[in-house]
Design a protein around this ligand. Structure first.
Ligand code: SF4
Length: 371
């Protein structure tokens, strides 16, 4: 078992100041970074807390009762989140995903959903407003989220076998309640629903076929995610990664698949359809088939730091501008300036990097900026 590393330096408190550039960067909707990638997708973390302790994201040994979770006063309010989101939308964002930690733990989240649902893209269209959840509270919340304006959900589910699922969430939470949450989301009309399964070799790869059989023939899109070296606490090892190519081969042997075209530029999943028309699956292969070339995703942490990559080591502090005297134009200009200078492509560079000694800058925790 790889030794767990406890982060000594908490990068949440080492953010770069987000300056208002002397040369304004107006919000035209046409912004792109140094690699020509537009800004289209904003992931907003609304809490750094979760009621699960999935070992690949929030290992229990690190995220225990003494872990310094953010005080509520540090979190952006719903009004502040909406104000910041409005500037991103003016720069071209068309999709907002609410994440966490576990976003449904944030009290009255429906109020935020309602505020964000009122925003329109630069072409005057509704945003693609979605949310990623572990499903534990979904059965209770599905209807009110839909009524507030949420369009769809993605549910994390790492296995159907109750014992496997309980050990992977590490809080003994029963799989039946998550399946009931998925059903409630379907009944509430929160679709198309996606289900994400993180595959960790030696832990749950034997759940791949049962999951595929279970969701085949439904309108739910099942995606298999390669186990990633996110953050600095999950003890990641390459030999615990099951490459997506092997996942596709395994399923295809029993349930023939045909490759499908991407549905949009910047889509993270490679799409495969069942040859008999029984629906679709996806594979997300950040480790073996990096997709940084089209990455159009920005991430806003729960206390207002802008991260340009899931594997970033530092964020840009927007909260000081939000709580300072910056106007909306100045806030938008600062965001534009940061994105304009973006060159992140960690997954593309991973294999050419020096092995992680744990001494260098630490990658931000996924539970803090959302997957
Ligand atoms: S590694 Fe970073 S740049 Fe590459 S796809 Fe992921 S978030 Fe985007």
């Amino acid at each position: 078992m790889a030794e767990r590393v406890i982060p000594l330096v908490d990068q949440r408190f080492a953010a770069l100041a987000a300056a208002v550039p002397a040369q304004a960067v107006p919000a035209t909707g046409l912004l792109s970074d140094t690699l020509g990638r537009p800004l289209r997708d904003l992931r907003i973390s609304v809490t750094d807390r979760c009621n699960f302790r999935c070992s690949y994201c929030m290992p229990k040994e690190v995220f225990d009762k003494d872990y310094p979770y953010l005080p509520h006063s540090a979190l952006l309010t719903f009004e502040e989140i909406t104000r910041v989101a409005r500037q991103f939308v003016a720069h071209g964002v068309r999709k907002i995903r609410l994440t966490g930690g576990e976003p449904l733990l944030r009290k009255n989240i429906e109020i935020l959903v309602e505020q964000l649902a009122a925003l329109k893209t630069v072409d005057g269209l509704p945003l693609d407003l979605t949310l990623t959840t572990n499903g534990s509270l979904l059965a209770r919340k599905a209807k009110s989220l839909k009524a507030a304006g949420l369009q769809r959900v993605t549910v994390s589910l790492d296995g159907l076998d109750d014992a496997v699922f309980r050990s992977m969430n590490d809080v003994d939470f029963p799989v039946a309640e998550v399946l009931a949450g998925i059903e409630a989301a379907r009944e509430a009309g929160l679709g198309p629903i996606k289900v994400n399964m993180v595959v960790k070799r030696g832990t749950n790869e034997h759940e791949i076929l049962p999951m595929a059989r279970h969701f085949k023939g439904t309108d739910i899109v099942l995606r298999f995610i390669e186990y990633m070296d996110v953050g600095a606490t999950n003890g990641w090892r390459m030999d615990e990664v099951l490459p997506s190519a092997e996942v596709v081969k395994l399923i295809n042997a029993e349930l023939p698949l045909v490759q499908l075209d991407p549905s949009a530029r910047g889509e993270t999943a490679e799409r495969w359809g069942y040859a008999d028309g029984g629906g679709e699956i996806g594979v997300i292969s950040s480790v073996t088939q990096a997709f940084c070339g089209d990455c159009n995703r920005a991430r806003l942490s729960t206390e207002g730091q802008l991260y340009l990559c899931l594997f970033a080591t530092q964020g840009h502090d927007l909260r000081s501008l939000v709580r300072g005297n910056a106007s909306d134009e100045e806030l938008a200009s600062a965001i534009g300036n940061i994105w304009h200078g973006r060159a992140d492509r960690y997954s593309q560079l991973r294999s050419s990097m020096e092995p992680d000694t744990g001494k260098g800058a630490r990658r931000v925790e996924m539970s803090y900026i959302g997957g």
